[in-house]
Design a protein around this ligand. Structure first.
Ligand SMILES: [Zn+2]
Length: 290
């Protein structure tokens, strides 16, 4: 399995890995994308509803369905109606201003009780607007702990529906979020079982997120920090990850969502450790122009 590195914020990869795709923020308080972006060299990271938004810039104000889908003022609610999906697409198209992203990262509906068939109906509205404007890119949905797509059973349910429809939605697996939701972080048996179960949906996975957790601080540190310095758990994780993906001829994107170092390591050292763990497991990073 080859990994296509994506540049995350200003986090530097080891020198031999030169990512050609950059992740850019496109949440609801963003009103302009960086001017240096070029067609197909960026991934649009859309609203993920982790914190309150101000909703006060001139762009978002035009999209009333997006602005009103929140307890006032609060965290945005995602995928609440067809109208929301339509305005979400037009909001992103306005931000894109004629540029074509390689990837659009979307996030699941907030509520666990959302009907997935309904979500897919809304998603189709969203996707069709991009297709009709001839904006061709990969659309990937990310799991979030506590949201409608949290665990393996949700992945299976989602792709049972998608397989019957002609839509091209694929998955980004955020492993730390997934393992937190599945309570697999501290228990070798549960960790093994969770990683085993993911095999049934592996053909729908186009990208992975890895990051550490340092005490209560998410997105800090490397995978050893994530597993609270437990080497056995970290080794189980990577060896199962290799088992899941290494027989595939394909490639997937890798996005290291590390916002801070941990336990005396810098962010860059944490990324270097994760890259090293992946390479030891048998993953191959696209380096420069390969
Ligand atoms: Zn995300």
């Amino acid at each position: 399995m080859k990994l296509i590195p994506i540049k995350y914020h200003n986090l530097k990869y080891p020198v031999y890995i030169k990512p050609r795709i950059i992740e850019v923020a496109a949440h609801f308080d963003i009103n302009k994308l960086p001017s240096y972006l070029e067609n197909n060299n960026f991934s649009l990271h859309t609203e993920y509803s982790a914190k309150k938004r101000n909703f006060n810039n001139h762009v978002i104000q035009k999209y009333k369905s997006l602005v009103t889908a929140q307890p006032n003022p609060g965290k945005p609610k995602l995928w609440v109606s067809k109208n929301w999906a339509r305005e979400f697409a037009y909001f992103l198209i306005e931000l894109l201003d004629g540029k074509i992203p390689k990837i659009i990262e979307i996030h699941p509906p907030n509520s666990r009780s959302t009907n997935l068939n309904e979500f897919i109906e809304y998603f189709k509205v969203f996707e069709n607007i991009f297709l009709n404007k001839d904006i061709r890119c990969e659309i990937l949905i990310e799991n979030r702990n506590g949201f409608r797509i949290s665990g393996i059973d949700d992945f299976i349910e989602l792709f049972n529906i998608i397989d019957k429809e002609k839509i091209s939605l694929k998955l980004i697996v955020d492993f730390p979020q997934l393992l937190n939701y599945e309570k697999a972080k501290k228990d070798p048996k549960v960790l093994n079982e969770t990683m085993e179960k993911i095999k049934s949906v592996k053909h729908n996975i186009n990208a992975i997120h890895l990051w550490g957790q340092n005490g209560r601080n998410s997105h800090s540190g490397d995978m050893l920090d994530y597993f609270d310095q437990n080497i056995e758990l970290k080794n189980i994780f990577f060896s199962k990850l290799g088992e899941v993906f290494n027989d595939l001829e394909s490639e997937m994107y890798f996005i290291p969502e590390i916002n801070a170092g941990a336990n005396g390591k810098t962010r860059e050292q944490c990324l270097e450790n994760i890259v090293h763990d992946l390479e030891q497991t048998g993953f191959i990073f696209y380096t420069n122009n390969s």
